[in-house]
Design a binder for this molecule. Structure first.
Ligand SMILES: [Zn+2]
Length: 467
């Protein structure tokens, strides 16, 4: 039975449905998509939004996000960084486990969920760190709703051991044993893949040379560092049967490894980020510490390789790796690219970047949106409630104006790290987010975040057992 009255109708827009763009109206009730209606169908609703001239997309799912809350509020809070997500059309973020302490136990997991709940403007899922947990504890975190596990193949940064306990696994034996334990849970394992021994070698060479510029940053972590770590993890994955997702792929060399492992049937997916698809090491030299990201932004050839990987499906997900820092922290490095903190706040540019690529004909709009919505939702077990516009799906929507432009003005950004957004400052993208809907509530429209919308909900992983 079709209800004749809905909570909300979006009337007059073009809608990106699984089969392509369609001229139809969207009806929302109870936080879900209740109807995909013929244009101007005779129905009533609590509110009717006229969105003529605009395009309705599924809400963007960003599977790689860092708030680090409740630690480091000076870098940004759940409130500020999810407001930034809302402004970017991102309706679900998957928060990485780096925090103080690291999200490596049921107790920390529950505390983080409590901390996010009520403050989040968009939906949130939480990763957990598996390196110091037993199989029983991993199973317990999965049942609490952990969306995936995450590890680094590098050591914890200096003086940050507590934030990376269970997360940083530089030793092969710890990597292998952790993969075995995660395999026993059936959960997805996301890997930040850089080889610690090789990085140690190249970093030492740069330190010895006295260089501290952008070239030194990339030279301290060249592509071989990434490619070897990926090859090693995927070799272990085949032995243990764990499902792997490779975070932020940056190089042709790493991509070649992933392609080869996929060709022999390895259960692996891979992501990259807009900063690797847009910028090169020339931009890093121009911008300085705001463009320091690990692994580094590389050459024009690597950038071309990433687009090839997107085209052939080796890379199926594009994420932000949104990582706010305070201006004081970036400035404390005094331009030293080896000691500057790594990360850039990118959540407000993910959707504009993909709209811009589609407008330039680099890839079709449907594929561009699939990379930042359905594909991630599928790999992380959130589909079909997230990632696509369909009856019964959560009413998480990004409404965009394809004929408008996004111009990045740092002072106007929602992220608390707006002063560290030098990488994108002044950048123009074709297409702009006009309205963001989370769970049937408008959380952003007309350039303003709607305060008090309180729409963000916990997004549990597949193994969740509601107690
Ligand atoms: Zn990250």
């Amino acid at each position: 039975m079709t209800p004749s009255s809905y909570d909300m109708i979006l009337r007059g827009g073009d809608v990106l449905l699984p089969g392509g763009i369609s001229s139809c109206d969207i009806a929302i009730s109870g936080g879900r998509i209740a109807g995909i209606l013929e244009r101007n169908a005779e129905v009533s609703a609590g509110t009717v939004h006229d969105i003529r001239g605009q395009t309705v997309l599924p809400g963007i799912v960003d599977v790689h996000f860092h708030v680090r809350a409740p630690s480091y509020p000076e870098r940004g809070t759940v409130g500020s960084e999810t407001r930034a997500a809302a402004a970017g059309g991102v309706t679900t973020i998957l928060e990485m486990p780096i925090s103080k302490p690291c999200c490596n136990s049921v107790a920390v997991f529950d505390a983080r969920r409590d901390h996010f709940e009520g403050e989040a403007q968009v939906n949130f899922g939480l990763y957990a760190a598996p390196g110091i947990a037993s199989v029983d504890d991993l199973q317990a975190m999965a049942r609490r709703g952990a969306v995936a596990f995450k590890v680094f193949t590098t050591a914890a940064p200096p003086r940050r051991d507590d934030e990376f306990a269970g997360l940083a696994l530089p030793e092969e034996v710890d990597q292998y044993e952790t993969l075995r334990r995660v395999a026993a849970t059936g959960m997805l394992l996301v890997v930040h893949a850089e080889s610690e021994p090789l990085m140690h070698h190249y970093m030492g060479a740069q330190q010895a040379s006295g260089r501290t510029d952008a070239i030194a940053h990339e030279a301290s972590r060249p592509d071989i560092v990434e490619a070897v770590a990926v090859a090693k993890i995927l070799t272990m994955a085949r032995k243990t049967g764990v499902r792997i997702h490779v975070a932020h792929v940056t190089s042709r060399a790493a991509l070649d490894v992933i392609r080869a492992f996929k060709a022999i049937g390895t259960d692996v997916s891979a992501e990259t980020c807009p900063h690797y698809l847009i910028f090169t090491n020339d931009d890093v030299a121009r911008v300085g510490p705001d463009a320091k990201i690990n692994p580094p932004i590389r050459s024009a050839d690597d950038r071309a390789a990433l687009w090839e990987g997107v085209a052939d499906g080796t890379i199926s997900i594009v994420t932000t790796d949104h990582a706010p820092f305070s201006r004081r922290e970036k400035e404390a490095a005094k331009g030293n690219m080896l000691t500057a903190p790594p990360g850039s706040p990118g959540v407000e540019f993910l959707l504009p970047a993909m709209l811009d690529a589609a407008s330039r004909g680099v890839l079709p709009l449907e594929k561009a949106i699939g990379l930042i919505a359905a594909n991630g939702a599928k790999r992380f077990g959130l589909y079909p409630r997230k990632g696509e516009i369909a009856i019964g799906a959560d009413a998480d929507l990004a409404i965009v104006d394809l004929s408008a432009q996004t111009v990045v003005v740092p002072a106007a950004l929602q992220t608390a790290a707006r002063d560290c957004s030098g990488l994108y400052a002044g950048r123009r993208f074709a297409g702009a987010v006009t309205t963001t809907v989370v769970g049937g509530r408008v959380v952003y429209t007309g350039g303003q975040v709607i305060e008090g919308a309180n729409a963000g909900r916990f997004v549990p992983g597949q193994r969740w057992e509601q107690s």
